[in-house]
Design a protein around this ligand. Structure first.
Ligand code: FAD
Length: 493
């Protein structure tokens, strides 16, 4: 069977790329190994309560901001109901007795920070200038016409960590902690995250930070519906197992169903290591293969989902990022934790139900004895370990919101093994290949690889997270469409 374009993976990146390529006239077939679309944006239901896996919140959704513009371009804006977080406390960070509430806009954040740390005025002003400078220099984030941008693959993702950047700028330990906390959004700590990536992820937390009614599932539904309108075909339970190559091209893919699909263009929207392993021997050099397969993956996650008799109210902001020194000192250490209280912004969404979702990063090493076993078949010891960790998380959440005790009816937990099982991200890596300072620039897989008609997209490329994945999809499809900048012009202001 012959198609123009084969997309490997129906996660967020595959769904966005499919639309962008189909609207430029390509006949697109999306092959997905799982039974449903969404990748990390998939949801699961227990006793009619729906939980999100990889979607807590996203920023930059206002008109003129990246996601706002991308939603419009993709014609999904009207299909989504955005649920903005409280203007004065969109995200709250807590450490011990201290807390800081991030307001919803960057301007308000700057005012609040200057009022809270007047002795750090000079450092804060420099930080704000540097943030705006980076945000303005990154083409698919800035989205401004008439600017001569560097190619995103050539963006100087410096080897300087955010912590070392801060060393010359901010002294106050609590302000440093507050500014650093959001490196959590890329699964890294301040001494690991390249400051440029931290700045972009940080900046994208403003300008209407929100949930979407119906969670990640609603975003997936909207994208699939738009794809259908454009004639995109989706096939599930079709894992790509082999890329057949005639150097320097890929000519076909073979799947777990025994199918072979030929195409002109192949877009890898899954973990790059999956594709590199599936490339025929000799398609790329052994050196390149070993380099990609040897790259460090981002951290996995421990997630705890609570069904409640009624929502909690004492968590004022909708997302709280907090640490608990006692739990950080135990083995294995737990923290920081991101807790999401979807009920605080939902307006009677029947699918939700009273619930609370929490996540912290955790290596899959702890679960190594069960890593080869399928989901639901990992046995009593695995369940006991998961249960013990979940209990600790519930204890931490109860300290945060004391009214929780007595309201929890069910506790469910997921480990990096669960995420790896459903999405085939090695180690359950939350953001694909780690974006830490040691793996930047030309060392990372970029959109274009050694094979001329194989391109990469998704959270391992350029920027991770929901906003990052949209940015990467537009960037990759801009390269592929090669339409003289028309795609950029359609979203730029
Ligand atoms: C616990 C957690 C919490 C998160 N919270 C947030 C958040 O609040 N905000 C935010 O911005 N981001 C968040 N993220 C990150 C965000 O969800 C991801 O960056 C994004 O969804 C990744 O999309 P993707 O399409 O690049 O990759 P994936 O979602 O991994 O999609 C890859 C797809 O490829 C498929 N696939 C794999 N191998 C094959 C194969 N051989 N053949 C065919 N198909 C294949 C997979 O099944 C999957 O559907 C979170 C992630 C996690 C895990």
């Amino acid at each position: 069977m012959s198609q123009d374009t084969i997309l490997i993976g129906a996660g967020l990146s595959g769904l966005v790329d499919a639309i962008l390529l189909a609207e430029s006239g390509r006949r697109v077939l999306v092959l997905e190994q799982h039974t449903i679309p969404g990748g990390y944006l998939q949801q699961f239901a227990r006793k009619r309560t729906v939980f999100d896996v990889g979607f807590h919140y996203t920023g930059s959704t206002a008109p003129g901001r990246p996601l706002g513009q991308f939603f419009e371009h993709l014609r999904i804006r009207d299909r989504l109901r955005l649920l903005p977080f409280p203007a004065e406390a969109a995200i709250e960070v807590r450490s011990g007795e201290r807390s800081f509430a991030y307001p919803a806009t960057f301007e308000r954040f700057v005012e609040t920070a200057l009022a809270t740390w007047p002795h750090e005025r000079e450092g804060l002003e420099r930080f704000v200038r540097d943030v705006e400078e980076v945000a303005a220099a990154y083409k698919w984030y800035a989205l401004k016409r008439g600017v001569d941008y560097a190619h995103p693959d050539d963006m100087p993702f410096s080897q300087q960590s955010f912590a070392s950047y801060l060393d010359g700028v901010i002294e106050d330990p609590w302000l440093r902690e507050v500014l650093s906390f959001q490196s959590f959004n890329l699964g890294l700590w301040a001494d690991e995250i390249p400051w440029v990536k931290h700045v972009l992820a940080f900046r994208s937390n403003f300008d209407v930070t929100c949930r979407i009614e119906g969670g990640g599932g609603a975003l997936v539904e909207a994208l699939v519906a738009r794809g259908h309108e454009l004639g995109v075909e989706y096939r599930f339970k079709e894992a790509v197992t082999k890329l057949v190559c005639r150097k320097p091209h890929v000519v076909a893919v073979e799947t777990s169903q025994g199918e072979r699909y030929e195409a002109e263009l192949f877009v890898a929207a899954c973990h790059p290591k999956v594709v590199v392993r599936a490339l025929e021997q000799g398609a790329v050099s052994d050196l390149f293969r070993e380099h990609v397969l040897g790259m460090k993956d981002s951290r996995g996650a421990l997630q705890v989902f609570l069904r409640l008799t009624e929502p909690v109210t004492s968590i004022g902001a909708t997302c709280v990022l907090f640490r608990d020194a006692e739990e950080e000192a135990r083995t294995p250490p737990l923290g920081p934790i991101l807790v999401t209280n979807p009920c605080a912004v939902e307006r009677g969404d029947e699918r939700g139900g009273a619930r609370l979702e929490a996540m912290t990063y955790m290596s899959d090493e702890l679960f190594a004895p069960w890593s080869e076993l399928p989901v639901l078949k990992r046995g009593a010891d695995y369940e006991a370990l998961k249960g013990a960790l979940a209990e600790r998380v519930v204890g931490m959440l109860t300290k945060l919101a004391p009214e929780l005790s007595g309201r929890v009816t069910d506790v469910y937990a997921a480990t990096p093994l669960s995420d790896a099982w459903y999405t085939r991200n090695d180690h359950g890596a939350v953001f694909g290949i780690s974006h830490d300072v040691t793996q930047q620039g030309r060392d990372r897989p970029t959109s274009r690889l050694r094979l001329k008609n194989l391109v990469f997209t998704g959270h391992s490329i350029n920027m991770p997270g929901i906003c990052g994945v949209f940015i990467n999809a537009f960037h990759t499809c801009d390269l592929v469409r090669d339409d003289g900048g028309a795609l950029f012009a359609s979203v730029a202001t």
